[in-house]
Write a protein that binds this ligand. Structure first.
Ligand code: SF4
Length: 212
């Protein structure tokens, strides 16, 4: 059987499945299930984040939507022509991505935003299936080290050959092109580890690659 790219009923990680049940009790209106990738089916750019945020994607059911992490991401996507609106509010807000798709390395909310190794490994099968469906020359943007390592692991590549850092670009053996950025979390933007200018610089390079 072909490995799917997503399963809304997945409970492969017992700790996360039980955590989601508890979160749903505290916040009955929250999505509190695995969060489906969002965007076009055959993207020129696939963005890979870490995991849903408790009051963001976990609440709304759309990646990077409802909390701070999505603000700079969706504004930037709009600025560089990857969407029809600069804001993502809910799954029914009319936002449409262009040429772009967003997913997470781990599809369920982890306690303290920290998935453990076995959870990253379990969810890697979905990511690997997503990556296997991409056309050659597709751009991949990883947000943060966990997403970076998850992509390398899904593609059976060695970390030492593709070290993580902000603003790197790697041509991968399977024809995909990997771009890297610090994660656009509240912590990284407030501490200026990631600035609007440094995030835009990454997207400028991606846009140039896609348009060339
Ligand atoms: S994190 Fe991924 S593998 Fe684990 S339960 Fe959620 S969807 Fe399944």
């Amino acid at each position: 059987m072909t490995q799917p790219t997503f399963d809304i009923d997945c409970t492969r990680c017992p700790r996360l499945a039980s955590f989601l049940i508890d979160v749903k009790k505290d916040f009955p209106k929250y999505h509190a299930r695995p969060v489906e990738p969002f965007g076009v089916a055959n993207p020129k750019l696939l963005i890979v984040g870490l995991a849903p945020g408790k009051h963001g994607a976990n609440a709304t059911g759309r990646p990077f939507t409802g909390d701070h992490a999505g603000i700079i991401l969706y504004e930037t996507l709009y600025k560089f022509g990857f969407s029809n609106k600069p804001e993502s509010v809910s799954r029914s807000d009319g936002l449409k991505l262009k040429q772009c798709r967003i997913t997470n390395a781990v599809k369920c909310l982890p306690p303290e935003n920290k998935p453990i190794g076995s959870e990253i490994k379990n969810c890697n099968a979905f990511l690997a299936a997503e990556l296997a469906g991409l056309k050659k020359n597709t751009s991949l943007l990883v947000l943060g080290g966990v997403a970076h390592n998850s992509v390398l692991s899904a593609l059976d590549l060695k970390k030492k050959d593709y070290p993580f850092g902000h603003g790197k670009k790697y041509k991968l053996p399977n024809g995909l092109v990997l771009f890297t950025s610090y994660h656009c979390s509240r912590y990284n933007t407030q501490t200026k580890r990631l600035t609007e200018a440094s995030f835009h610089k990454v997207f400028k390079t991606i846009r140039k690659h896609i348009d060339s």
